[in-house]
Structures are given as C-alpha cells and as structure tokens.
Design a protein around this ligand. Structure first.
Ligand code: ADP
Length: 270
C-alpha cells in the first residue's frame, strides 16, 4: 500500500509539473506559430521571384511543422496533468468504437486494416465519453506505430465477469489473503480489447509502458505519455487495463469498465 501511495504522489507531482510547463509552453508556441505562419505566407514562392525565396519558404514551413509537433506534445502533457472535471453518462462502448473508427480511418490508412467485432447486447457503462475517445486514439496511434509494414487493428467488445482489480499495479496486495478473498469475487464488466499484429514488446518494455515519459520511440515521435494518460483515465472511470504482448506477433490491450446494469433498465425519457 505504501508503494501505491508513493506512486500516486509521484504521478500527482509529475502531472502538476507537466501541466504547468505545458501551459507556459503553449503560450510561447502560439507566438512562434503566429510569426512562422506570417513568414511562410510572405515567402510563398511567386512565379516572378524564384530560387532563394523558395528555400526560405521551406525553412518557414519546417518551423511550422516542428511547432505543430510540439503542440501535440504540450496537448498530451496537459491531458496528463490536468485533473479534468469528469462528465459521466451512460454509454454504449459499441457506439464509441463506431465513432472512433470513423475518426481513426484516415490516421491508419492505407496500410492498416481496421476490424471491429462488437458484441450485440453489450452492457452499459457509466463513463466520460471524451476521455474514452482519447484512450482509443492513444491506443490506436501506438498500434499504428507498432505496424510500420502494415497489419490489422482489431477493436472488440464483450460482456465479461472478472474479479475486481482495484489497481493494475498492485499485484502484491493480492497475495494477502484477506484482500484476495474480498476481491476474488466476480463482478460484471464491459471489456474493450484493442489488438494489433505489430512488433509486440519485450518483457522489460512491457513492465515500464505505463510510466510517464517512458518511450522507445525516436525523439520527436514519442512523448511516453500516451499510456500514462490511458491508465489515469481508466482508473478515473473505475476500471482497469491489462496488456498481453508477444515479440513479433502483436499486442492486446484490454480495458475493463464496470457494467452499469441498473441504468440500462431505466425507462427512456425519465
Ligand atoms: P509513446 O507512444 O509516446 O512512446 P506511450 O506511453 O503511448 O508513449 O507508449 C510507451 C511505449 O510503450 C512505446 O514507446 C512502445 O515502446 C510501447 N508500446 C505501446 N503500445 C504498443 C504496441 N501496441 N505495440 C508495441 N509497443 C507498444
């Protein structure tokens, strides 16, 4: 438990620091983007004066590209650090997946096939829709990056029964018998699985993926915050996440959210 508290405090402090820096940084980026955009337009090659203005125009465009990458990073930092007020509502994860598929297609095409396998009578969850959209996006981007030569991304939903898992990383607690007896009871969950046929990851990497700033991607590509954000969001929505991965075969993330069956039975319009 001590370990857990220390971890939570560390995450909280890292989150506040990250959000603080991201906020200041964002303001500066707005200025840089503004002037770079101005330059880019001023230096746009005209048919009259060619040659050297072309090169300057390209420099201005490169600045804009770098700025837009930097703002993706600050966006992620803000998401990681911010304790956003949650907007909880009953939600069918199938709807969320179908919407997400529409959004994600352009991100994945042409070399990645997107497959959905949705349970027809899926239970309802009570969760923050926007947060879960972010979860799906982060997992899909990771899956894409793990399949540079193409592959299949599968989104699957299912009603399952699972023992309650208060925290993904508190396995040690389960060895204590009292805790185990209480938590081994099965509870109804909705599961959303995100699988790819990509590179997979080694045991060493797998152990660290939820750490903030842990990344194996080249500088400028990875922030190491995607899965920290995912884990934080899932915990905030009273669920948990598991990962299974095999090098050379692929990776499956499974998200478990508590099923809200009573809400499903509430009469419409009440
Ligand atoms: P980032 O994507 O910026 O590196 P994340 O927290 O999202 O940050 O991921 C951390 C690391 O976890 C990645 O750098 C990668 O090594 C590993 N990872 C995450 N998802 C996958 C996946 N689907 N397949 C293989 N490795 C993955």
């Amino acid at each position: 438990l001590e370990e857990q508290v220390r971890h939570a405090q560390k995450m909280e402090a890292a989150g506040q620091l990250a959000a603080g820096i991201a906020h200041e940084f964002n303001n500066l980026l707005t200025v840089v983007a503004g002037y770079a955009g101005l330059l880019e337009r001023r230096l746009a090659p005209t048919s009259v004066e060619r040659s050297s203005p072309d090169l300057l125009h390209r420099y201005a465009r490169d600045i804009l590209t770098a700025v837009s990458r930097a703002s993706v990073l600050t966006g992620q930092l803000l998401a990681f650090g911010r304790k956003q007020p949650q907007q909880l509502a009953p939600l069918n994860l199938n709807d969320l997946v179908l919407d997400a598929v529409r959004m994600l297609r352009p991100l994945l095409e042409p070399h990645i096939t997107l497959v959905t396998d949705l349970s027809p009578d899926l239970g309802i969850v009570v969760a923050d829709r926007q947060q879960l959209e972010q979860v799906l996006t982060n997992l899909a981007v990771n899956a894409r990056d793990a399949m540079p030569k193409g592959g299949t991304l599968t989104l699957m939903t299912l009603n399952v029964w699972h023992e309650a898992r208060p925290e993904t990383r508190s396995r040690a607690m389960f060895r204590r018998k009292a805790v185990r007896d209480e938590t081994m009871q099965m509870h109804p969950y909705v599961m959303l699985a995100v699988s790819d046929t990509g590179t997979g990851m080694s045991e060493e990497v797998r152990q660290r993926i939820f750490e903030p700033f842990f990344t194996t991607k080249p500088v400028g590509k990875g922030t190491g915050l995607g899965l920290s954000v995912v884990e934080g969001i899932i915990a905030q929505n009273k669920g948990f996440i598991t990962v299974e991965s095999e090098v050379g075969k692929g990776t499956t993330f499974r998200i478990f959210l508590p099923r809200g069956e009573l809400l499903q039975a509430a009469p419409a319009g009440s």
